[in-house]
Ligand binder design. Structure first.
Ligand SMILES: [Fe+2]
Length: 258
């Protein structure tokens, strides 16, 4: 899908300096970033409750260029079947590839998807997970925010630690995007340092990026075109497509594809 006016109006991205008219844009600071809407925004900046919980520290992790599209990044981030393969070098359970099912809740901003996922817990991740058991669990309450923002709402039941990541994927053109990622942790700097948390998540995001950059960025949004085929664990990606298509059509637009 190519970037469309309706999608761009829903986007709030980190600021880019513009010298051409009209000279001024809607602009707001939130979550450590400057958010800019290039036209009148269709929705407010999403509410991320960890910011005001008083229990979480915010860690700005990554702001980097990826050679893929936001749809690819979003669908991958909700895909429970990729952990065992893409992340087998750290938390993925290669011998247990059956994807955990999601419980879906439709929301005004997108959807919420909840699940319990078993993960490998090698010694290097003891301070990340807060537990020393070889297999532990992530209780995930993930959220999708139209068009290209996402919450990875991870809670480790064994330790009580929250590891909640937010991503915003801003398209640059049809084949490149900027990925912003920040983290909320409910433990202290002494429990697990900012440096450790960035290093841990860095390895995981590189694994995702390498796979995504190997795919065609021109993701098919209107599945009636029958360009791509899906299995049951792809449901989040299909709901994302339905919601994006509905957004386009609500503004008199259609998908533009290669
Ligand atoms: Fe991943």
């Amino acid at each position: 899908m190519a970037a469309s006016p309706a999608v761009m109006r829903m986007l709030a991205s980190r600021v880019s300096w513009r010298t051409a008219p009209p000279w001024a844009y809607h602009c707001q600071e939130k979550y450590g970033y400057v958010w800019v809407a290039l036209e009148d925004p269709l929705a407010p900046i999403p509410d991320f409750p960890e910011e005001r919980s008083g229990r979480h520290r915010r860690i700005l992790q990554f702001y980097e260029l990826w050679k893929t599209s936001p749809v690819r990044m979003m669908e991958n981030s909700f895909d429970n079947s990729h952990f065992s393969f893409v992340h087998k070098a750290n938390f993925g359970l290669f011998n247990q590839p059956k994807p955990a099912p999601y419980e879906f809740r439709d929301t005004d901003y997108g959807f919420e998807a909840e699940t319990l996922v078993p993960i490998r817990n090698p010694e290097e991740s003891f301070r990340i997970t807060g537990t020393r058991e070889p297999i532990t669990h992530r209780h995930l309450v993930n959220r999708y925010y139209l068009p290209f923002s996402r919450r990875f709402g991870c809670h480790y039941p064994a330790s009580g630690i929250d590891h909640v990541i937010y991503n915003c994927a801003t398209p640059i053109d049809d084949g490149r995007m900027m990925l912003a990622q920040w983290l909320y942790r409910s433990d202290s700097e002494a429990d697990c340092s900012t440096e450790e948390l960035i290093a841990w998540d860095k390895a995981i995001t590189i694994e995702d990026r390498d796979i995504l950059e190997a795919t065609d960025p021109d993701a098919c949004i209107d599945t009636r075109r029958r360009v791509e085929f899906h299995m049951s664990s792809d449901k989040p990606g299909l709901v994302i497509r339905q919601k994006l298509l509905a957004l386009l059509q609500a503004h008199g637009e259609e998908e533009v594809h290669g």
